[in-house]
Ligand binder design. Structure first.
Ligand code: ADP
Ligand code: ZN
Ligand code: ZN
Length: 660
């Protein structure tokens, strides 16, 4: 009797066999209901065979095969197998995470007819700038696999390049996958694409869509009805029968990295997918990741450059580095920035104050006894939020009311220490009582819809001053914005994390890029106590290549990625001793010692050693050879699985980790 081999969403590195009389080889790729334990589950048929390694009487009969969708194609399985192998993730998890939740439910919800999208006004196609034209003539979308890196300064018109490429691919009757960072996928972008391609069928795939809408869009994409798929990282695996090109906007963005479950890089998966299908892929950014930049330097990626702004009247903003050591700051704001904002208010222009820290103050302290507000569940401070008078942990969500007096010594004179966006906002409001101030951070803007509303307010000229975190930094065009002030950037200069400068540089370039996007010239003021730091000099001269060369030289010296390849094993348990003992056993696995091409560091507590009452440790492994690391990881994972660990210990492996 035929046996089907089924992928299930379980943390186990194996498939599950079931008897299935009705199955034939044409059923590979269909979903199937199968009994598992006391329940039924939905799985995906990966193989059909006449035999099983299990004795017949142990095989349970499968339930119904669901043929309501075309079967998942072999290319989809190949992509999942690659990801499972590369990231040491169970194949079943990889396959099932790619499906919308409605398709994995035993009792699928009633499918309702979706709203037909309202007609959007057609959007005209501008003449290309010389740089855009040059890029497009250098990129042949019909020529098979190649990874192109589009390095285009902020405002250079990368979006128009994407739209023209999409046009070419659609003309050939193919589909396009346009991947964007989480926050950039707004209905505005969707409307813009719809407006240019009213006939094409455009669908969005992102985490904030309701289940039914996501399933509907997914089905349209999989059936080939939608030609343009606009998605965040979760759309990377969507099977697309006629995929002709992939575009990744803001390819350096950290939101392309999945931070739980299978910890994958959507950008890297996208590059593999393009190579698998022999189609071109374009990665775009004003500040490419150093990995991609280095790939371009070494000829693995093709570099395309746009160095000027698309709007001929717009110029790159002037960047001034303000030495705050000899300035009288008020609430962290320098007199020059105050003057700058005043001048903008007088001219009816907008200013943006960037501070990448939300809340009122990062901690509350007692000067008498040294008490600080700390989270009882994490190795972190509780952040003071004045709006609702709460102390909040930004890591585990624990919160408490603000005490009236010091809980240790009773002193009533306790102080907020340091500042976040709320504090700067309230001070600016006192300083400029008539100004309309909008604060933008994850406390004030919690959903895509709120974000939409805020963007509309800003565009409608209903704001004079914006105060916000990196939410404000990305990809938005605010034509009346002419001043950007940067506060609190110094912390990242000397962070223990060696990727911090790369992130800071990208953030500063992005936020600076908000200024002067139209005719009005922009000015950027960066406050710092380290005015001579080369990072600021590079920002001031808009010199990404110079900055990248500097960083890559340091990394080469230190043997960090992209000059080496890393994976990290993390363990968390109620007691640090258990986590460390586990990591120590993992470090002592025979395959670690047998490998001279892979080096294991000592296990250490993580930078945030406690999170939500769990102690966390990690063990880094590194190799100068990607193949050696890839050969080592499955052996190591098996050895780790064999370690006897306390029942409450959890562990995972992350390949190419971005944060430690
Ligand atoms: P980027 O994504 O590279 O930062 P955008 O795609 O947002 O830049 O474009 C910046 C601005 O330039 C936008 O206002 C856009 O409408 C305008 N723009 C882009 N291409 C052209 C063009 N060919 N002609 C005129 N304006 C353009
Ligand atoms: Zn005290
Ligand atoms: Zn906490």
């Amino acid at each position: 009797m035929p046996v089907i081999r089924v992928a299930l969403d379980l943390p186990l590195h194996r498939l599950f066999d079931y008897r299935c009389e009705a199955a034939g080889s044409g059923d590979i790729g269909y979903r199937v209901r199968v009994p598992f334990g006391r329940f039924e589950r939905i799985g995906v048929i990966v193989e059909v065979s006449e035999t099983s390694e299990w004795p017949d009487e142990q095989l349970k009969p499968a339930g119904e095969i669901l043929r309501d969708l075309p079967p998942l194609p072999e290319t989809f399985f190949a992509l999942c197998r690659f990801a499972a192998h590369y990231y040491q993730a169970p194949l079943g998890e990889v396959i099932l995470q790619a499906l919308p939740s409605g398709l994995k439910r035993i009792d699928p919800p009633q499918r309702r007819q979706g709203r037909t999208p309202h007609p959007v006004p057609a959007i005209a196609r501008p003449d290309l700038t010389a740089e855009q034209a040059a890029v497009l003539s250098a990129l042949d979308t019909a020529s098979g696999f190649a990874t192109h890196l589009l390095f285009g300064v902020t405002g250079s018109g990368k979006t128009e390049v994407y739209l023209r490429l999409i046009e070419q691919v659609l003309e050939r009757g193919q589909q396009v996958l346009l991947l964007v960072p989480e926050i950039n996928l707004t209905p505005q972008l969707e409307e813009r694409v719809r407006g240019r391609f009213p006939e094409a069928g455009v669908v969005a795939l992102h985490s904030e869509l309701a289940d039914a809408a996501r399933e509907r869009n997914w089905r349209a994409a999989v059936a080939g009805e939608a030609a343009i798929i606009l998605g965040t990282r979760l759309s990377t695996f969507t099977p697309l029968p006629r995929l002709g090109m992939i575009i990744v906007d803001e390819e350096h963005d950290a939101s392309f990295k999945q931070q739980d479950g299978m910890r994958y890089s959507a950008r890297d998966i996208a590059v593999f997918r393009a190579s698998q299908l022999n189609i071109p892929i374009l990665l775009g950014s004003a500040t490419p990741s150093l990995e991609s930049w280095s790939n371009a330097r070494h000829g693995r990626y093709r570099l395309l450059t746009m160095a000027g702004r698309a709007n001929p009247q717009a110029t790159l903003p002037t960047v001034k580095v303000l030495d705050t050591r000899r300035m009288a700051l008020r609430e962290g704001v320098s007199p020059l920035l105050v003057e700058g904002i005043k001048a903008r208010l007088a001219r009816g222009e907008q200013s943006l104050v960037f501070l990448n820290r939300r809340g009122y103050a990062p901690v509350l302290c007692c000067p008498a006894c040294g008490w600080v507000s700390s989270c009882r569940r994490c190795a972190a401070n509780l952040v003071l939020h004045m709006a609702d008078k709460r102390l909040r942990c930004h890591h585990c969500g624990y919160e408490n009311r603000v005490p009236r007096a010091c809980p240790t010594c009773g002193n009533q004179d306790i102080h907020p220490f340091g500042r976040g966006t709320q504090r700067v906002e309230s001070w600016l409001q006192e300083e400029f009582p008539d100004a309309r101030i909008i604060r933008v951070d994850r406390d004030s803007v919690k959903s895509r819809r709120q974000w939409e509303a805020v963007l509309e307010q800003i565009h409608g000229g209903e704001a004079d001053i914006l105060v916000g975190t990196q939410m404000l930094a990305k990809g938005h065009d605010f034509p009346r914005l002419t001043l950007v002030g940067v506060l609190g950037a110094d912390a990242a200069l000397f962070a223990a994390d060696w990727r911090a400068p790369e992130r800071l540089f990208a953030q500063l370039m992005q936020v600076a890029g908000r200024a002067g996007r139209a005719e009005l010239r922009g000015e950027v003021l960066i406050q710092t106590q380290y005015p001579d730091h080369p990072l600021f000099a590079a920002v001031a001269s808009h010199d990404y290549p110079g900055f990248a060369a500097m960083q890559l030289a340091e990394r080469e010296q230190a043997g960090f990625p992209p000059y080496s390849f890393q994976a990290v094993l993390r363990a968390e348990a109620p007691a640090m001793a258990d986590a460390m003992a586990f990591l120590t056993s993992a470090a002592a696995a025979p395959c670690v010692c047998a490998q001279d091409q892979v080096m294991a560091y000592d296990p250490v507590p993580m930078k945030m050693a406690r999170l939500a009452n769990l102690e966390r440790g990690q063990l880094l492994v590194e190799s100068m050879s990607r193949p050696a690391l890839q050969k080592f990881l499955p052996l190591w994972r098996e050895a780790i699985e064999a370690i006897k660990a306390p029942s409450r210990l959890r562990w995972h492996i992350e390949v190419d980790p971005l944060e430690f």
